[in-house]
Each structure stands twice: as C-alpha cells, then as structure tokens.
Design a protein around this ligand. Structure first.
Ligand SMILES: Nc1ncnc2c1ncn2[C@@H]1O[C@H](COP(=O)(O)OP(=O)(O)OP(=O)(O)O)[C@@H](O)[C@H]1O
Ligand SMILES: [Mg+2]
Length: 247
C-alpha cells in the first residue's frame, strides 16, 4: 500500500444550505507539489480551512502523517508540521520583519533567543535578512508575501499550503516565488498550492486537483489538465475560447 503524507478523505463543508466542498478526496505524497485550481468560489480556500483546522468539516476526514487531524486546532496541526498561508496577507504591522517571523518560531520554542535564531536562519534562506528591521507595514506586496512564507517556514513545517501566494505580483516577482517553491521542494518540502496563475503553477506541479462548485472534477498531471475539456469549460472558459477563436 502506498503511504501518503496527507489524505483528504471525502471532505464536505456546508455553510447552511451552501455546500462549499462536496465529498472532496485527494492524497499528497511526501516531496510532491500538488496544485488546487478552480474558478472563484470553487471552494479552494474553504478546503484549506478544513484541512488546517480553521473549519471543522461537516463530514469526512483529514489524515496527516498517520494522524487524524480532522477538527484539530490550527496550532496543534502546525505543531505536527502542517502550515498554510492566507489569501489575504495580514502581517502584524507594528512588528519588524524579524519579529513577525519569530511569531512562527514560537510554536517550536518558548525561548526568545531560540526563536531569534530560527528567524535568522529563515531570513538568510529566503533573502529577507537585509530587511530584518523593517516594519512589515513598509514592505512591498512582494515582500509581504515572502514574509508570509518566511513566517510559516519558521514553524519548521513538513508540508506548506499556499493560498494564492503569487496574486498581485509582477512577472519577475512571480518567477521569484516559483524559484523559491522549487528550491524548498528540492530540499524536501511538500506543497499544496492554490493559485490562479496557470503559467506559474503548471510547470512546477506534479499533479493538479480541479475543483468546481465544491466538487473535484479532475485530478491529473498538468499537461492533461490544461487540455481537458471540462476544465477548459469550467475554468479557463471565456478567455481560452476567445483566444482560440482568434487564432
Ligand atoms: N465562512 C463562510 N460562511 C459562508 N459561506 C462561505 C464561508 N466561506 C466561504 N463561503 C462560501 O463558500 C464558497 C467557496 O468559497 P471559497 O472562498 O472557498 O472559494 P475559493 O475557491 O477560495 O475562491 P477564490 O478563488 O475567489 O479565492 C463560496 O460560495 C463562498 O461564498
Ligand atoms: Mg480562495
């Protein structure tokens, strides 16, 4: 039997009569980059919230490294090695870059000096060291997104879930984030990525899971996903067809 780092097993999340996730299942192996795509409102962020303990699913199960983490608190899940970023970046504005990153490190240690050391290492690793004393409110959007990734790296995760870490970035900045993901992945980090920017995720993903209206409609390698009719219709939609008709 194949062993998975994470199994999402039939997760359903209802808000009243709205079914945001309907019996969604997929597995992630250690060392993989799995992307989760789908149109606005498809249920991607909701699924992240269910997996990382911010919501308790209405039904279904989430297994991480052999432990049932369904409905377990986010900080406990982070301690087990699973952390995520948020679609809307909200760094603690009155703190410096270093202090923000240290808040991540404090799930591993109570000692200030230890947390400082972890933060320093992370800043070196992802090129924020020169901005260590900047107030996070003064950072560009690109650096805020980097800071968000740095803060979760400081929790020393085994798996990182990114919710639109590239939204609002320019081409150069997107390339930088892609490079960072690939570098961390080569060092052993496992990723689940929600992203709308196809050019960014297709080249780096091992597999892609497609959600539409809360339902998983496809799971396949990137080449097959971009050529799948149902995906084109549900997601790439108008833009893709318009482009095709022109040429
Ligand atoms: N806390 C909530 N209460 C009620 N409805 C919610 C809640 N969170 C999400 N929803 C609804 O669930 C559906 C899925 O939303 P979700 O944010 O998961 O989509 P998404 O795929 O992340 O979209 P986007 O690409 O725009 O970020 C939407 O219809 C949304 O309005
Ligand atoms: Mg979302």
């Amino acid at each position: 039997m194949e062993s998975y780092m994470m199994s999402v097993d039939n997760v359903t999340m209802k808000f009243g009569s709205l079914v945001a996730n309907s019996n969604v299942s997929f597995n992630v192996k250690e060392g993989e980059i799995v992307s989760l795509i789908g149109p606005n409102g498809a249920g991607k962020t909701t699924l992240f919230n269910c997996v990382t303990g911010f919501y308790k699913p209405s039904s279904g199960k989430v297994i991480f490294n052999g432990a049932d983490i369904t409905g377990v608190r986010p900080d406990k899940i982070a301690k087990l090695g699973l952390t995520r970023t948020f679609q809307i970046v909200k760094p603690l504005k009155s703190m410096t870059v270093k202090e923000n990153i240290m808040t991540g490190a404090f799930i591993r240690t109570n000692k200030f000096s230890e947390a400082e050391k972890i933060a320093e290492e992370v800043m070196e690793r992802i090129n924020l060291i020169e901005k260590r004393d900047y107030l996070s409110s003064s950072l560009t959007i690109a650096d805020k997104k980097r800071l968000e990734i740095a803060r979760i790296l400081a929790t020393q995760p085994k798996m990182i879930m990114l919710d639109e870490a590239m939204a609002g970035l320019n081409q150069t900045e997107i390339k930088e984030v892609m490079k960072l993901i690939v570098t961390l992945n080569k060092q052993g980090m496992t990723f689940v990525i929600v992203e709308h920017i196809m050019e960014a995720i297709m080249p780096i993903s091992d597999r892609v899971v497609v959600l539409n209206a809360g339902v998983k409609i496809l799971e396949d390698i990137p080449q097959n996903v971009v050529n799948n009719d149902e995906v084109i219709k549900a997601y790439l939609g108008e833009k893709y067809h318009a482009k095709n008709q022109k040429s």
